[in-house]
Design a protein. Structure first.
Length: 271
């Protein structure tokens, strides 16, 4: 059942990672978020469901250095939304730094944001129902994350590549995104927790002394990690690299033309 009231919330969509594991077998890297699944980019699919939720009041997308233009293209028509602030900013060297930069940007906007949903740009199968459930729980508990209990046997691998320990799986879960937090609390947590090695925002949040609730996650809400996770990825990558190179050449030619025109204007003015 859909809630009758939705709090104001912002979306932080993370797409500043290096995609190292995805590009391990490739000569030239392509961000996995920019490739397509069934006609839409991974990044578009990761962000679009949030626009179906009432209360969305701002969107910040983090991107890698020099990848803003490609990010804009990958977001498709989401960038045309003009009813709420929509910012694309350069992320940091780590996930935590990227989130902190985005949260500080949100704070500078001085909007009446109650909650923030932090979502991986490489999770294109998130469903609006899961977003609603996570957001609704956070309004009661202050924070909420989707998670799935671990049912497989868990072992610890030793440095010699042999199993060194049998791990008790009781109470162990796999955490997903979106991770939803009361905005002022997650901002405080990021400001007070300096360790950049945090795996996710739940770690930052709990190490800052806050408690985080859990909702039932979904096996469908998987993260794109390896090249096999995207159909015909290698073909897409070849085409993407070719189009990217053509775009860069056209951009370079256009910049050169503007420089020549500017120089010409300067000579006319000096006469």
């Amino acid at each position: 059942m859909m809630p009758t009231h939705f709090p104001s919330f912002a979306l932080v969509l993370l797409a500043a990672g290096s995609s190292d594991r995805f590009n391990r077998s490739q000569k030239e890297s392509v961000k996995k978020e920019f490739l397509k699944i069934d006609g839409h980019t991974v990044l578009y699919r990761a962000g679009e469901p949030f626009f179906e939720i009432p209360g969305l009041s701002a969107v910040i997308v983090t991107t890698a250095e020099n990848a803003e233009d490609e990010t804009i293209v990958a977001l498709e028509d989401l960038v045309n939304v003009n009813s709420i602030p929509f910012l694309i900013i350069q992320g940091g060297k780590t996930r935590k730094e990227s989130v902190r930069i985005a949260l500080e940007q949100l704070a500078s906007l001085a909007l009446n944001i109650e909650y923030v949903a932090i979502h991986d740009g490489a999770r294109p199968f998130v469903h609006p129902d899961l977003i609603i459930q996570t957001l609704a729980t956070a309004t009661v508990t202050g924070s909420s994350v989707p998670a799935i209990r671990i049912t497989d046997s868990i072992k610890r691998l030793g440095e010699d590549a042999f199993i060194s320990e049998n791990v008790d799986r009781t109470g162990l879960i796999r955490v997903q995104t979106p991770q939803v937090f009361r905005f002022k609390d997650i901002l405080e947590a990021h400001r007070s927790f300096p360790d950049e090695s945090a795996d996710d925002d739940v770690e930052v949040y709990t190490k800052a002394g806050f408690r985080c609730a859990v909702v039932q996650g979904s096996e469908e809400n998987r993260k794109i990690t390896y090249i096999k996770d995207i159909p015909e990825a290698e073909t897409q990558i070849e085409e993407y690299i070719r189009e990217r190179e053509e775009g860069r050449k056209k951009g370079k030619a256009s910049r050169r033309m503007r420089e020549l025109l500017y120089q010409g204007d300067g000579e006319d003015e000096s006469r």
